[in-house]
Design a binder for this molecule. Structure first.
Ligand code: PMP
Ligand code: GLN
Length: 378
């Protein structure tokens, strides 16, 4: 058959996690915790099942959960979203991204993305007949020159995808970035898809600059969030999308036909759990400590650590160790040293290779220590 996605293979996250398992390597590749989520949360799922939450949830999401999300967002950002018309519960961030793009992108529409990027963006755009316009970010800071972004704008530009804190680089967008973006889109009808799944994972006292804080951006943005990150439960595949009413209307037209609604007992349990902010507010310090610990472990290795301002990923250059391609080097790390990572070229469509690999530090400290022992021999 004629492939709709020629050139697309299996996602790097499956490839590396499978290789880690086959080679019995420590898996610092795919981003997920190796420790359990709070037992209180799993008990709440059992409770929700016993309480009868076992049939379809309402199409846009459990009402209690949507209200709780609205409360959480207002508490954190002092911004209001209407649970009835502006919040939709999704099967993780990935489905929210897919659905927002499917609701908006027509064949020939152009979407601007910043690479290295989470690997679902480009294939989803292409699947919809859209054209990917790429801005390549470069180490060590992965900053954006907005005048260069402007050069990517054409009359076909339909959307721009932001991701802050960023996967895989751990970089973040500042207030100045947001102001430059506002100037850039002023007078256009370009929409924004803002992937904020790492909103709580931002360090060194920095504050997350959500697009919702800027009315000129909020009015044209889909914001994507993930409970997988917030609750250390990536396998639950639950998240949500915030968007103004007109955008949410279009979003739900697609959502109702690609999943209809998502896991009912878990929605109820999550609402019960996050109703209490102390159940998630500590996550920032928790991951900041892990980042600091992992960086300290690698301080006397031959890897050069890049800045990590957010996310649960630490990037490192190995250019002082080897001039192999990053894909070859990460293979060798698995096979010879027993540590699985992600080669950052996997996040560029052109496989741009800066000799950088990505470690996930959402792991037990003992896992990080064991990995570091091995990495010190590299
Ligand atoms: N966006 C980014 C930047 C991610 O790293 C991820 C995955 N961890 C997602 C979206 C998808 O989130 P989910 O697992 O909730 O689908
Ligand atoms: N976001 C996670 C990562 O970057 C993995 C998501 C996935 O496996 N699709 O590692």
């Amino acid at each position: 058959i004629q492939s709709k996605l020629p050139g697309v293979g299996t996602t790097i996250f499956s490839v590396m996690s499978n290789l880690a398992a086959e080679n019995n390597a420590i898996n610092l590749s795919q981003g997920f915790p190796d420790y359990p989520c709070d037992p209180e949360l799993t008990q709440l799922v059992t409770k929700a099942m016993k309480d009868g939450f076992n049939q379809y949830a309402p199409m846009p999401g459990n009402n209690f959960l949507k209200e709780t999300i609205a409360e959480k967002v207002e508490k954190l950002y002092n911004v209001k979203y209407n649970p009835d018309t502006e919040i939709t519960v999704t099967a993780g961030g990935t489905q929210a991204i897919f659905t927002a793009l499917a609701a908006i992108i027509n064949p020939g529409d152009e979407v601007i993305i910043f690479e290295p990027a989470y690997d679902s963006y480009a294939p989803t755009i292409k699947l919809l007949g859209g054209l990917v316009k790429t801005y390549e970010l470069a180490p060590p800071d992965y900053g954006i020159d907005w005048d260069m972004v402007k050069k990517l704008f054409t009359s076909s530009t339909r959307m721009i995808i932001l991701n802050s804190p960023q996967n895989p680089t751990g970089s973040i967008l500042s207030e100045e970035d947001m102001k430059a973006l506002i100037r850039l889109i002023n007078g256009t009808d370009v929409l924004i898809l803002s992937d904020e799944v790492y909103e709580h994972l931002i360090y060194d006292e920095r504050k997350h600059k959500s697009v919702m804080l800027f009315p000129e951006l909020k009015e044209r943005s889909f914001i994507v969030a993930s409970f997988g990150k917030l609750l250390h439960a990536t396998g639950w595949k639950l998240g949500y999308c915030l968007a103004p009413e007109q955008l949410t209307k279009e979003f739900r037209k697609v959502h109702q036909f690609n999943v209809f609604s998502v896991n009912s007992p878990m929605q109820q349990a999550i609402a019960d759990y996050i109703k209490e902010p102390s159940n998630y507010i500590g996550i920032t310090a928790f991951f900041e400590n892990k980042r600091n610990y992992f960086r300290s472990l690698l301080a006397d290795s031959r890897f050069e650590l890049l800045p990590c301002k957010g996310s649960y990923f630490q990037c490192a250059s190995y250019s002082k160790i080897s001039d192999e391609k990053d894909t070859d080097f990460s293979m060798r790390l698995i096979k010879e040293f027993g540590v699985a990572t992600i080669p950052v070229s996997a996040f560029y469509q052109k496989a741009t290779d800066y000799k950088i690999i990505r470690f996930c530090f959402a792991k037990e400290n003992s896992t990080l220590a064991l990995a570091a022992e091995k990495l010190k021999n590299v």
